[in-house]
Design a protein around this ligand. Structure first.
Ligand SMILES: O=C(O)CCC(=O)C(=O)O
Length: 273
């Protein structure tokens, strides 16, 4: 359960470090499951498993990358693994998401592994989540990002731009400079008080970090000798609606009509108050 002060902090910054929610044993069990799914040894399959750097979503147009770089992205590992489903339904995380999203019901929109392997781990470009998910409205989703290794500056932890969730949809103007600092290509479109300055969001193994779906975030290369594994679950308030627009890997799993609340077996309700 978050304090009022923590909720105020999230509202101000657009992100928040939570507590350690997984024991070392629980982290180890998820790492083993990840290995099974990543190597195709699980009985059930996730929605997607790919090198994120090969995705054609415009996040990497400004970045120079070598051909060996990889970010292993797995979408909806919860569909392939009961342990990851139980993680997505974690009572502390789901209750805190309900607090941050001001909702009495929480559904899974989808989850996402991002694994940056040692040395060859690539960057995750600066972005806002919601502009990549216009099929879910309104933009009130909150994500819970749990580290399966200590995520530190050296191995490519996420960076956040404080307050950026209040600056609207700026997705198409975001880029990175050569030091992976965020750059806005049309700064005149930002509110006068906007400061485009990123801060590292280091998260300990088993700890949860929350971010709003409009917060600017990204993570640089992992050139260290350390793994950087993490599971993010992107949650939507129950009652969020389906708007058929754009393209998204989860679109094939949506069975409701345009304008209806997004429900169904692939978007389970994991918390009600
Ligand atoms: O794991 C990362 O570095 C990026 C994850 C991300 O973009 C997200 O959880 O929304």
């Amino acid at each position: 359960m978050l304090t009022n002060e923590q909720i105020r902090q999230f509202d101000r910054d657009g992100y928040l470090k939570g507590s350690v929610v997984l024991s070392d044993e629980e982290v180890e069990a998820l790492r083993e499951e990840l290995q099974l799914v990543m190597t195709g040894q699980s009985v059930r399959r996730p929605v997607l498993s790919r090198n994120l750097l090969e995705a054609n979503d415009g996040l990497y147009d400004d970045m120079k990358m070598s051909v060996n770089e990889r970010v292993v992205q797995i979408v909806n590992i919860w569909m392939a693994s009961e342990k990851f489903y139980r993680h997505a339904a974690h009572p502390v995380i789901c209750e805190e998401i309900a607090q941050l999203a001001r909702t009495s019901g929480v559904r899974i929109w989808h989850d996402q592994i991002q694994y940056k392997p040692p040395v060859s781990g690539g960057p995750t470009g600066w972005h806002q989540d919601h502009p990549l998910w216009p099929v879910v409205q309104p933009a009130e989703l909150v994500s819970a990002w749990v580290a399966l290794d200590d995520a530190i500056i050296d191995n490519g932890c996420m960076w956040m731009v404080p307050g950026s969730h209040k600056w609207g949809d700026q997705q198409r103007h975001l880029a990175a400079d050569e030091h992976f600092r965020p750059v806005h290509k049309r700064p005149e479109l930002l509110p006068p008080e906007a400061r485009v300055e990123a801060v590292p969001f280091e998260i300990k193994k088993g700890q949860v970090g929350y971010h709003h779906c409009l917060t600017w975030h990204g993570s640089p290369h992992n050139r260290s000798s350390l793994d950087r594994r993490a599971i993010a679950v992107h949650y939507m308030p129950d009652g969020s609606r389906y708007v058929p627009t754009g393209s998204h890997p989860m679109q094939d799993y949506i069975g409701v009509s345009a304008g209806e609340p997004l429900t169904g077996d692939h978007f389970p309700l994991v918390y009600t108050r």
